[in-house]
Design a protein. Structure first.
Length: 226
């Protein structure tokens, strides 16, 4: 029987919430681009469930993007996913946002670097390589200075991710993934989540956390003030 799945991705603006039955997406709601995810996420989820005539307790899995991305957005999305999965007793799976974005690169892209803004001239970056139909990570997520990363970038490597547009003037002549595919999509989040679910992988409701490599600006300022 196909699993009833709720999808939540709030690492970027706009965020999204979606429902799927197995591999079939049944509905997608985009959240407010102002990132008011705390206000919009629950009503959007309720509306999607109502359209399908589903109850939250009938969900069999919740897949949630874990970043990197907006600190506030990720916290809201992951806490909502954990609460829904715990209350309904269904499976919870956190999906790395950069893996979702990498999967959206065109088939001819054999190598892809996904980048997002880490502020102060730095980027989050992770490299992926195509193996059969999959794009697998070549190493862990890292924070690097943009100039340092660019100077060592192979000209054949495709570039994607939320920061691509910001640095596009510096990436002229490089193969870039199209704009519409630089943010995580519900379909690719679903694909990666179902792959993990089929392997019997589950995340702990209490231990799943956003994928951060640095503190937020507010946290840094608080530490500096002490």
């Amino acid at each position: 029987m196909s699993a009833r799945v709720l999808l939540i991705e709030t690492s970027c603006a706009p965020g999204l919430v979606a429902l799927a039955l197995g591999h079939e997406l049944l509905g997608v709601r985009r959240l407010d681009e102002a990132r008011r995810h705390a206000r919009d996420l629950v009503p959007a989820t309720r509306d999607l469930l109502d359209v399908q005539g589903w109850k939250a307790r009938e969900l069999q899995a919740v897949f949630v993007g874990i970043g990197p991305g907006s600190y506030t957005g990720l916290r809201v999305g992951i806490m909502a996913a954990k609460a829904l999965a715990y209350a309904s007793g269904c499976a919870l799976l956190g999906i790395e946002t950069f893996a979702t974005i990498a999967l959206q690169a065109p088939e001819r892209a054999q190598r892809v670097d996904v980048i997002a803004d880490a502020q102060q001239g730095k980027i989050y970056v992770q490299s992926f390589a195509r193996v059969a139909s999959a794009l697998v990570p070549l190493g862990p997520l890292a924070i690097r200075r943009f100039d340092e990363w660019l100077s060592g970038l192979d000209p054949a490597v495709w570039v994607s991710g939320p920061a691509t547009g910001e640095y596009e003037h510096r990436l002229q002549g490089r193969p870039l993934v199209e704009i519409a595919a630089r943010q995580p999509s519900a379909s690719c989040l679903l694909t990666l989540g179902l792959d993990r679910l089929a392997r019997g992988e589950l995340d702990d409701h209490w231990k799943l956390e956003p994928l951060y490599l640095r503190r937020s600006n507010a946290e840094e300022k608080w530490r500096e003030s002490r």
